[in-house]
Design a protein around this ligand. Structure first.
Ligand SMILES: C[S@@+](CC[C@H](N)C(=O)[O-])C[C@H]1O[C@@H](n2cnc3c(N)ncnc32)[C@H](O)[C@@H]1O
Length: 285
């Protein structure tokens, strides 16, 4: 078969599945498989592919057709201009979370200028928040924790690929393994914790429900368990005036702001995303 025929077959095969962009995904799959960029596919539509490449392409399309997220199949997701390795057991970093990192970068620029900032990232997943902050603002010392060994392995791989020596990851159930030496030791605590209410499990799209780790998704009955747990301990680990910043689910702004204020945080603000949904809550210790 030639490239053009495979592209046509692939987009038709994917056209029936929910939440996909058949043409774009098919081009991405074939370009990665052949190790060429997407423009090559247009220019060489009549080029014959090997039997092996064709079989592999069909196998990938079948997996995608059954609902597996493309990012897990290809093992990669771009976040803040960086390619992150992803895989089963780790949340696929979302575009929404870039807002939190952009907020952090602005905060670091305004408050630290040339000084070193110390940051804790709770629930690192692929390392998206810690590593992209460290990449774009290297003058920091960053500790990232996660309870999932799979997530930590992938985060560490990403850290090594990006050669970021100022980031360290450890296994910890929230603050449980963070030693006394860190009391009042962070200028920033950032977290994108699991925040989907348990009862919403069945309403999630198949790609998320069946393939992404439940440990990264659900935040108890009302979705707010992690905000309560993290906020109640955060001030112990924050320097005076330190920042606690969360990504939140749409509509959780007032509740999370109340939790933070109830725990003594000041200047608590809720930020909306481009679609006007609550997305970030931040406050100062
Ligand atoms: C929503 S994901 C966020 C991943 C990543 N920070 C991102 O933004 O893409 C939440 C992460 O919290 C981790 N997690 C869940 N419970 C935890 C706990 N008790 N202690 C530490 N991490 C936890 C999960 O394993 C998951 O990696």
């Amino acid at each position: 078969m030639v490239i053009q025929e495979l592209l046509k077959w692939g987009s038709e095969a994917l056209s029936g599945i929910e939440y996909s962009n058949p043409q774009q995904e098919t081009r991405l799959i074939l370009s990665q498989l052949l190790g060429v960029d997407r423009s090559y596919l247009y220019a060489h539509g009549d080029k014959e592919v090997s039997e092996e490449e064709k079989d592999k392409f069909i196998w990938i399309i079948e997996r995608r057709k059954s609902g597996e997220p493309l990012q897990y199949i290809l093992g990669i997701q771009e976040f803040m201009g960086i390619d992150f390795k992803v895989g089963n057991g780790v949340l696929i970093p979302r575009g929404d979370t870039e807002l939190l990192v952009e907020w952090l970068i602005k905060f670091i620029d305004e408050e630290f200028d040339d000084r070193t900032y110390r940051m804790l990232d709770i629930g690192v997943g692929s390392g998206a928040i810690s590593l992209s902050t460290a990449y774009h603002r290297p003058k920091g010392e960053i500790l990232g924790v996660d309870i999932s060994k799979e997530a930590l392995m992938i985060a560490e791989e990403n850290r090594i690929n990006l050669r970021l020596d100022n980031v360290r990851f450890i296994e910890s159930d929230l603050f449980s393994s963070i030693g006394e030496e860190y009391l009042q030791g962070f200028d920033i605590i950032a977290s994108n914790p699991p925040y989907i209410p348990e009862g919403n499990r069945e309403t999630l799209q198949k790609e998320v429900r069946m393939y992404e780790p439940a440990l990264a998704l659900f935040g108890g009955e009302d979705g707010l368990d992690y905000y309560r747990k993290i906020t109640s301990q955060a001030r112990k680990y924050l320097a005076n005036g330190g920042l606690l910043i969360f990504e939140i689910g749409a509509g959780q702004g007032p509740d999370v702001a109340r939790i933070m204020e109830g725990n003594g945080f000041k200047a608590v603000t809720v930020e909306k995303d481009l679609e006007n949904r609550d997305r970030i809550v931040a406050g100062r210790s």
